[in-house]
Write a protein that binds this ligand. Sequence first.
Ligand code: SF4
Length: 381
Amino acid sequence: MSTQSFAPPASVSIWDAAHAADARRPRSRQRQLGASDTICSRRAGYILHGVERTHSPDMRAAILGTYIHQGLLEDARREYGWLVERTVTDEVLRGHIDIVQLDAATAARLPKRHRPVQPADVVTVEDVKTKSGRIWDRVVRYGPTAAEMRQVLLYADLLRTVGFADVPGQRYLHRLGPIDVQHIRFRFVCRDTGEEHVQEFAFDPWLATEARWWVDRVLEAPTPEDLPRDHDGPGLSVICDNCAFRGTCWPGVPPGMPAQTILVHDDADRAQALADYVRGHEMYREGKRLKEKARAMLADSPEGRYGDNELGWSGGNPKQEVDVAAMVEQFEDADLVVPMLPDAEAMVEVLRRAGMTVPMRKAAGQRTPRSIKVSPARPTA
Ligand code: SF4
């Protein structure tokens, strides 16, 4: 009888499956500008010119975002009858509008079974964005980024000029022709807490034209290198850190040097970088002065909402110190040798190594540092 040993199967990562599925999604393969491609002029240029990607960025957070996004949109479609994930396209742009809410007049032009449960007052294009808790305060305070705004404006403009794309599953919508979008809504959802934050804008044709100019400028550039890098580069910008074209965009970086060194060609560039450094330092000093004064002014203010901001405090708790007398007792109980002159540090080390709790007591009159926490005021319910 042969004795055959079986090696356990090589452990697989569930992310391999997620990445493979993500790579097959149309937006991962298309050459038209998609959702995240208007974030940088140079990146948009690489896509339109069909340049090979040099990197496979870490997509895990984005994929998680996609899962949450799909779940929320599907439930909104089922429960409210909203139009979700509808395609708009022209020869350059292609994208999916997360949610379109039709007004009563437009909805009435649809076959009965396709009409929404509750029409909107005006036609509204909505974008649902999931965000990490790490940047949530910034999202609530400042709303959509310029690139996010540009993307929605472009898609809403496609709806106004072309209408819904003529693709299977939405031919009945395509037959409506151009749609008079009046309103834009961003719905941010925090990936960590589920908190929801909504910001609304009237559709502004001027801003849409500006977004279109941005695309035209990308289209007119003879090469991607004629387009500006809109971000500061690997190591300084997470957008560049996660850009599939960063190898092409930042070529010839000397080993061990920051990518940005390739931006300096001569002494004029050095002079400019130095001038920027000095200006940055001045802005930092002024910002620091402003913050320190405001922090001092607020030192005895209670937590609460003041204007656009929420004031909170952390720390300021009684400080703990090692209780040497209790530790000596603990040593004696455990039959350990107590040094003639108790050496707190060495005794703590012995207790820790033995897996025993180090006794602590409140340090008389001492408190931990108090930290200020300023966050955007949340809308009251
Ligand atoms: S590396 Fe940064 S600057 Fe270059 S194309 Fe990508 S996002 Fe734009």
